[in-house]
Ligand binder design. Structure first.
Ligand SMILES: O=C(O)CCC(=O)C(=O)O
Ligand SMILES: [Fe+2]
Length: 245
């Protein structure tokens, strides 16, 4: 990951600080089928997991096979993990423009783990890309040749959710890898808003999606200066706002 961010090996270990393993979590989820819920639960409350981004560095998911193997039509169950993205074959660049976003199912693939980028990694990577662009701009101003730096695209932490299948329950094992409690939140600025960030920004307190970023960015000053809160402090605030039902 450090190399993919354009840094030397081991760089992330330093950026994340020590002790992330002490607040990282492995959770086992069991989602009931919607038909097994008591009739008193209205369909609007029959949620697996509401739309959110993961807040840490990255998440590793082992999901249970949910669809049946039969060939008959309609055999495939709805429900399971879905992310907000561009459907396969959509126009390149559509996501950046906030168009054509839809819920895309994450299929079960044998002996495969799903690795999801979290907000902390996305913000760290946006900061590095912005710094790279600024360096290249300065280089051009000073008349240096094209610059040696390759232009990179930042990592993206996708909005995702879990929906319930009408007839099958589902189990997943989810490992949330977090940076250290004391890791400073990366300052990213507000440029390059993507669809979900715009929607997060739009709703004030009633955020449409549950992400780390909306709030961490709200705590910034006008100039986008570093948030005074650490990752762990943000996390604690987020958890305090999670309601059990
Ligand atoms: O159960 C899953 O597959 C993912 C759950 C999830 O997205 C989460 O807990 O953050
Ligand atoms: Fe998640």
């Amino acid at each position: 990951l450090s190399l993919a961010l354009g840094r030397e090996e081991g760089w992330l270990e330093e950026a994340c600080g020590e002790g992330g393993e002490r607040i990282s979590l492995l959770r086992a989820f069991h989602y009931m089928s919607s038909s097994s819920l008591p009739p008193s639960v209205p369909p609007s409350r029959a949620l697996g997991s509401s739309p959110h981004t993961d807040w840490g560095l990255f998440t590793i998911i082992l999901q249970q096979r949910q669809e049946s193997t039969g060939e008959e039509e309609g055999d495939e169950e709805e429900g399971g993990l879905q992310f907000r993205g561009r459907p396969q074959g959509a126009r390149v660049g559509a996501r950046e423009e906030g168009e054509e976003m839809e819920w895309v199912r994450v299929p079960w693939v044998a002996e495969t783990l799903i690795v999801n980028c979290g907000d902390f990694l996305a913000m760290l990577s946006e900061r590095l890309v912005a710094e790279g662009k600024a360096r290249a701009g300065r280089g051009r101003e000073e008349g240096r040749e094209g610059g040696t730096e390759k232009e990179r695209r930042p990592f993206h932490s996708p909005v995702h959710r879990v929906t319930l299948s009408p007839s099958r329950d589902r189990t997943s094992l989810v490992f949330f890898f977090y940076p250290s409690y004391d890791a400073p939140m990366p300052a990213t600025g507000r440029e390059g808003l993507r669809e979900e960030r715009r929607e997060v920004g739009r709703g004030g307190k009633g955020h449409k999606y549950n992400t780390l970023r909306g709030e961490s960015e709200e705590t910034r000053g006008e100039g986008g200066e570093a948030s005074p809160l650490t990752f762990g402090e943000h996390l604690a605030r987020k958890w305090a706002g999670v309601k059990s039902s």
